[in-house]
Design a protein around this ligand. Structure first.
Ligand code: CMP
Length: 137
């Protein structure tokens, strides 16, 4: 069993897509083993996306991610990192496969509705960023 971190971003929450994303997870046999809604500060968003701190989109991304509530979840399934990334589709929604969350709902490369960890190493950092062991059931 593998774990990953999912975020429904401020655009997804604001556009009432929480249920849509969760429905897709559950119908793909991905288990939600922790979940909460929160609003990040700019500093918390910068800490979360620290791997991107040299990228030109870092300031805009962290403004966006701290602009409204997000839903963070820990997901568990076999190969869930790639399984969830397949459900999300490519970062750039224009390149995402048909039927994926981003292809169906993203409006912009930044406002792409969801985030998912890209490796076991980042999943471990990202899960620990938001959850302690008592919150993962
Ligand atoms: P996410 O999977 O959360 O990881 C980094 C985020 O940066 C990405 O989704 C997008 O929301 C955002 N982003 C904005 N511009 C770019 C870009 N040019 N390339 C990659 N990610 C970008």
């Amino acid at each position: 069993m593998e774990r990953t971190l999912s975020i429904i971003k401020p655009d997804g929450v604001g556009r009432c897509l929480i249920g849509e994303v969760i429905k897709r997870l559950e119908s793909s046999n991905i288990k939600i083993i922790a979940m909460k809604m929160l609003k990040m500060t700019k500093k918390q968003a910068q800490g979360f996306y620290t791997v991107h701190k040299e990228r030109p989109f870092f300031d805009s991304l962290t403004d966006f991610m701290s602009s409204g509530p997000v839903v963070v979840m820990v997901l568990e399934a076999e190969n869930v990192i790639s399984k969830y990334r397949d459900l999300m589709g490519a970062t750039n929604y224009k390149e995402a496969e048909k039927g994926t969350i981003r292809r169906n709902f993203a409006t912009d490369i930044e406002k792409n509705v969801v985030h998912g960890s890209d490796s076991q190493e980042s999943a471990s950092f990202e899960i620990n960023y938001f959850f302690n062991s008592f919150e993962i059931v």
